[in-house]
Design a protein around this ligand. Structure first.
Ligand code: SAM
Length: 275
């Protein structure tokens, strides 16, 4: 059952963490002048209109990226600035760009993009919203699609795994998919985003990814106290095979986020250090 629609949550505080981290990581990887593959397993529709009924209904954007964009001057010359500067022209057009647009803008040919999305409506919107000669769109399950498309050409590359985590099986299926991907594409850089939920499912995910015994960097940012019930109180990611030196710009970014919401708690740590 696919009921999740990212449009209700686009540009929220979790997206700020995820998208600003992805932007920082890509920018770092682009310092090397070599073509990249970008693979995304759960792409969504790419572009989200701020005036849509869904975004207006939740107001999550206004408490997330919207707030930062309105205080853009405060963040000038900080680790957040490059992402906000890229975002701003979209904001002026009343749009919030998701990860596929971020990747498309950052990676013109000869870089290659492989984007998967399973939901028929999200997929047709994605097709409408994104067009580029180096863009390959697949309407398929990203969990089986990731190993099936591995290794892509070029082989140097980055995978983003950003499920809605509504399907409980994903805490088992995603690590399995990552393991199969790495068997075929041993040097893939893989960013896995996960929510911090009161139900505390993410430790199982972290444990399973850790078992793969690859260099592994983690960030977690809890911007509020864990609520009663099922709510999200923070955001985390795991980065397999972090490119050399990327931990510094990512840590600087996390420090900005912590400064933005000073009551929260954040940490970056190596779960498995590179040899
Ligand atoms: N990564 C996007 C971004 O940051 O802009 C947001 C993605 S959203 C969190 C998750 C998306 O995964 C939804 O659009 C949903 O329809 C899609 N989805 C759910 N299950 C899927 C699956 N098994 N394979 C591929 N896409 C799936």
């Amino acid at each position: 059952m696919l009921s999740y629609q990212h449009i209700y949550h686009a540009g929220n505080t979790a997206d700020v963490h995820k998208h600003a981290s992805l932007f920082t990581l890509l920018r770092h990887m682009l310092q090397k002048d070599k073509p990249l593959s970008y693979v995304e397993t759960h792409a969504g529709r790419g572009l989200y209109p701020l005036a849509s009924v869904e975004m207006q209904k939740t107001g999550e954007f206004n408490r997330g990226a919207g707030q930062l964009l309105n205080q853009r001057e405060t963040w000038r010359n900080t680790a957040l600035a490059p992402w906000l500067d890229w975002l701003y022209p979209y904001f002026r057009k009343d749009l919030y760009p998701g990860s596929p647009v971020l990747a498309r803008d950052g990676l013109p040919p000869p870089h290659q993009l492989q984007l998967m999305e399973l939901h028929p409506q999200e997929f047709s919107q994605l097709k409408r919203n994104l067009n580029a000669p180096n863009l390959h769109l697949h309407q398929r399950d990203g969990r089986e699609g990731l190993p099936a498309l591995s290794p892509p050409e070029p082989r140097r590359g980055l995978v983003l795994i950003d499920p809605s985590w509504e399907e409980k099986d994903d805490y088992h299926n995603i690590p399995r998919s990552v393991e199969r991907c790495l068997q075929r594409w041993p040097n893939a850089v893989i960013l896995i985003w996960y929510p911090l939920l009161a139900a505390a499912r993410h430790p199982q995910l972290v444990q399973s990814i850790r078992r793969l015994q690859r260099p592994l960097l983690q960030q977690e940012w809890a911007w509020t106290e864990a609520p009663e019930g099922h709510g999200m109180y923070g955001s985390g990611w795991l980065l397999i095979h972090p490119p050399w030196g990327v931990e510094q710009p990512l840590a600087a970014l996390l420090a900005c986020l912590q400064q933005w919401k000073p009551d929260g708690e954040s940490r970056q740590q190596w779960l498995i250090e590179p040899e």
